[in-house]
Ligand binder design. Sequence first.
Ligand code: CP3
Length: 336
Amino acid sequence: MITLLEQALQGNIVPRPPVWIMRQAGRFLPKYRELQERYPFFTRIRTPELASQISRMPVDVLGVDAAIIFSDILVVPDALGCPVTMEAGAGPRLPHPIRTMHDVEQLVRLPAAESLGYVSDAIRLTRSELSDSVPVIGFAGAPWTILCYMVEGKGSKDWELAKRFLLEQPQAASRLLDLITDQTIDYLRMQHQAGASAVQVFDSWAAALSPSMYQTWMMPLWTRIVSSLADIPLIVYARGAHVGIDNIASLGSVAVGLDWSIEAAQARMLVPSHTLQGNLDPVMLFADHDTIRKTTIQLIHDLGVQRTIINLGHGILPTTPVDAARVFIDTVKNYT
Ligand code: CP3
């Protein structure tokens, strides 16, 4: 049976849009917090039983229309030989950042099945435990966002070192981006083969680049990703990409993920015939329940029922009340 999410991605006529929440698995649910205390971050990700358990939590607790596999975008640098650690409160750290061509040359790309096989195992297990009631979404970071972390070695406000790497060492940057892109294509295909019905690519730091730099450096990589994965439903989420969502849509048959900084009705006007996903401001889930209901219904009106996936415009905030998330989900599920 084809799920609501897959219908919306294919552009089939649906009775209501499907709904899920970015970062629904590992962030705000109390049961996740318990596992967080008991197991280190990468243990949770690399143990299929734990990853599957976490991925299924929002399906059980909230009744979302899709499970996103519990993992992180930073498993890719790690797989390429640039190790990543995650300390509570401190965020990600990459103790051996990539700063020169020599550093790039030390990286090794193995088949995803070899270096990231634990994600396949987690997807397969999650699919079978959900007994196909809802689909599983796979994901990866976009090459630019992954390069940001690999070059900086940690989070950054302006990604100065990453941007300078493009300008000051274009050959090394180009080689690194190609390596990440190849790994990402192989990795997303592996996730699809393991049972992910759709995959989302997160370009969380797209806004750090000017439109012209994004166009020159990143759009050719997006073209390569989209054409290599033409047979797999793909959601492109480029947060604050100043090249514009119409440009992203012109990549081909992709769903376009919207961040909350764009008016939904305007997004629909700019991108009339692609599936759009988004884009309630995550902070709206701190409003009273009536306001959440009204804003959510307005969002459905603005995006339209067809070719729409309702979501937040960025990850759910860790302090969000579970009840509020449930009101958001139920409003979409009860929409007629
Ligand atoms: O629903 C889910 O949580 C699914 C799994 C998921 C995680 N990270 C788990 C995680 C997903 C889809 C991501 C994506 C991700 N990771 C992005 C892109 C999405 C976005 O928000 O823009 C980025 C930029 C990262 C990198 C990353 N990982 C950062 C910056 C941090 C620290 C702060 C944070 O966002 O939580 C992480 C850690 C991380 N990834 C945690 C989780 C559950 C928190 C650590 C923990 O729970 O112990």
